[in-house]
Design a protein around this ligand. Structure first.
Ligand SMILES: [Ca+2]
Ligand SMILES: [Ca+2]
Ligand SMILES: [Zn+2]
Length: 436
C-alpha cells in the first residue's frame, strides 16, 4: 500500500478482514455431519517415499494441485494437506500460493527440510522460538475486524520473517533474506481456512519454483488500463521508464516484456479498494496476456479511500499465479495528479515500483508506526523513538529522510522523490521466483 495521507491502513489486513467478515456474516457455521471431519495435522511432517522433485531444472515451473478440505471441529477451521514436494539443491526461489477464491486462507504449517517456516498450529516461529498467545486471545478467531493484527486463534500470524497471515490467495515466498533461502529436502505444507466457503470453492495450491536461473534477471509486466481511465500512451511510457530506471539503478530486475492492454469492466474505472469489483478485476486477464507476468491494473480512482495511491494484493502477492482474486496490483491514476491536474508520472512510476516490489516479496522498510521493519539488514529502520519527532504516532518520509524515507519501499510517499533500493532488496527481487 502507498498513501499520500497519514491515515494508513495495512492493505493486506484491510482485504483480509473485509473478505473474512463478509464470509462469516453470510455463511452459517458448518455442521460437522455435513463435512469430512478430522484433526488438523501436527508436526513433525515427513515426505513420503517417492515424493517428486519440485520444478524443472534450468528455469521456472508452476506446479498446481487441487485443495481438498477437512473440518477440525475443535480448532474450528478447515484444513488441507499435508502437501509435499521435494526441494532440490539448485532451487533459487520458491513461492507457494493457496487460493480458495473469495475465502481467506493461510499456511498453517510450512516446513522446509525439517525447519519450521510458519507454524500456526504448533505455535513456534522460524527459529523454533515459541510465539506464545496472550491468554485472553485463546478463544478469538480470525476476522474480528481488528486491523491491529491481533488477537487471533493462531499465534504467529504476521510475525517476522514471513509476516504471514490469512489472505485471499495467501502466498509465502522465499527467500526473504540471506537466512531464509530455500533449503533442499522435504517441503511440507498444511493450508488452513476459517471460512467454510472453502467446501464450496475448494481452490488450488500453486508452487512456483525457479531453479538455476540465467544470470540475467528479468520480469514481465502486463499493464492493464481499465476503460474510462485517463492515461495517455505517453504518460504510461514515462511511468514505466521511471520504474525501469529505479530498478536498474538499484541493481534489480530488468523489465523484459512489457505489454499493454485495455479492459472494459461493467462498473467502470472507479472502484472500492476491497470487495467483489476489485476482486473480479484482478482475476481477469485480457485476451492474449501472459499468465506469468506481473499484472498492473490502472484505474481512474478508488472510492472511499482518500489518498490511496495504489496497493498490492498481499505481501507478497500470488507469484506468477493468474486468475486469482489477488493476481495483480492496482494503481489510481487520479491520486497521482497534482493541483493543476497534471499527472505526476515520477510519483506514479515510483508507486508502480513500490507495488510491484510488494507483489514480488518486498516489505516496507519501516511501517507507519515506526515499530515494524523488513527483515533485510541493509535497509535502515526508522524507529518511532527518536524519529517520530512530532509524536503523532507515525513516522513520515520527511521524519525518516536520513534513514529509509528515500527508499521506494518506505510505507508512505513524501515531498521528495523516493528512488532508493538497497543491495539486499535488489538481491531479493532478483531471486524472486517470478523473475526469469
Ligand atoms: Ca531493514
Ligand atoms: Ca510523526
Ligand atoms: Zn506498500
Amino acid at each position: 500500500l502507498r498513501t499520500l495521507a497519514l491515515h494508513h491502513i495495512a492493505a493486506a489486513a484491510l482485504i483480509t478482514f473485509a473478505g473474512c467478515n463478509k464470509g462469516k456474516d453470510a455463511e452459517p457455521d458448518p455442521t460437522p455431519s455435513d463435512l469430512p471431519v478430522g484433526a488438523v495435522p501436527q508436526l513433525p511432517l515427513a515426505c513420503p517415499a517417492g515424493t517428486p522433485e519440485l520444478g524443472a531444472a534450468g528455469g521456472q515451473h508452476l506446479d498446481q494441485r487441487p485443495l481438498t478440505w477437512t473440518w477440525d471441529d475443535t480448532a474450528q477451521l478447515a484444513w488441507s494437506g499435508p502437501h509435499y514436494a521435494q526441494l532440490t539443491e539448485d532451487l533459487i526461489g520458491l513461492a507457494a500460493t493457496a487460493d480458495a477464491g473469495s475465502a481467506p486462507t493461510a499456511f498453517g504449517l510450512f516446513v522446509m527440510d525439517g525447519r519450521t517456516v510458519v507454524d500456526h498450529t504448533g505455535k513456534t516461529s522460524w527459529d523454533g522460538a515459541p510465539t506464545v498467545a496472550p491468554a485472553d486471545s485463546a478463544g478469538d478467531s480470525w476476522g474480528t475486524g481488528d486491523t491491529g493484527g491481533a488477537p487471533y486463534a493462531f499465534p504467529g500470524f504476521y510475525l517476522a520473517p514471513t509476516f504471514h497471515g490469512p489472505e485471499l490467495a495467501a502466498t509465502i515466498a522465499l527467500p526473504l533474506n540471506e537466512a531464509t533461502r530455500p533449503t533442499p529436502g522435504c517441503l511440507a505444507m498444511v493450508v488452513i481456512s476459517e471460512d467454510p466457503a472453502v467446501f464450496d470453492e475448494p481452490g488450488t495450491l500453486s508452487l512456483l519454483s525457479k531453479r538455476s536461473p540465467p544470470t540475467a534477471h528479468k520480469v514481465d509486466l502486463n499493464l492493464i488500463v481499465i476503460e474510462g481511465t485517463t492515461l495517455s500512451e505517453e504518460s504510461l511510457d514515462d511511468t514505466v521508464e521511471v520504474m525501469r530506471r529505479l530498478y536498474d539503478e538499484g541493481g534489480a530486475l530488468q523489465l523484459d516484456e512489457v505489454r499493454r492492454y485495455t479492459l472494459t469492466l461493467p462498473d467502470g474505472a472507479f472502484m472500492r479498494a476491497t470487495g467483489p469489483v476489485v476482486n473480479a478485476m484482478r482475476a481477469t486477464l485480457p485476451e492474449g496476456a501472459s499468465e506469468s507476468a506481473v499484472n498492473v491494473y490502472f484505474i481512474e480512482d478508488f472510492i472511499r479511500s482518500g489518498g490511496t495511491l495504489g496497493f498490492s494484493a498481499g505481501v507478497p502477492g500470488p507469484f506468477g499465479v493468474p486468475h486469482t482474486v489477488s493476481s495483480g496490483v492496482v494503481l489510481s491514476v487520479d491520486a497521482h495528479r497534482v493541483g493543476s491536474g497534471r499527472l505526476d508520472t515520477d510519483v506514479l512510476g515510483s508507486t508502480l515500483a513500490h507495488e510491484v516490489g510488494h507483489q514480488l516479496g518486498l516489505f516496507h522498510t519501516s511501517e507507519a508506526e515506526g515499530q515494524g521493519f523488513d527483515v533485510l539488514d541493509d535497509t535502515p529502520e526508522c524507529t518511532a523513538d527518536p524519529f517520530d519527532r512530532d509524536a503523532d504516532g507515525f513516522v513520515t518520509a520527511e521524519e525518516c529522510y536520513t534513514r529509509d524515507g528515500r527508499n521506494f519501499m518506505f510505507w508512505t510517499s513524501g515531498y521528495f522523490r523516493q528512488e532508493r533500493l538497497s543491495p539486499d532488496q535488489a538481491d531479493m527481487l532478483n531471486r524472486s521466483a517470478t523473475a526469469h
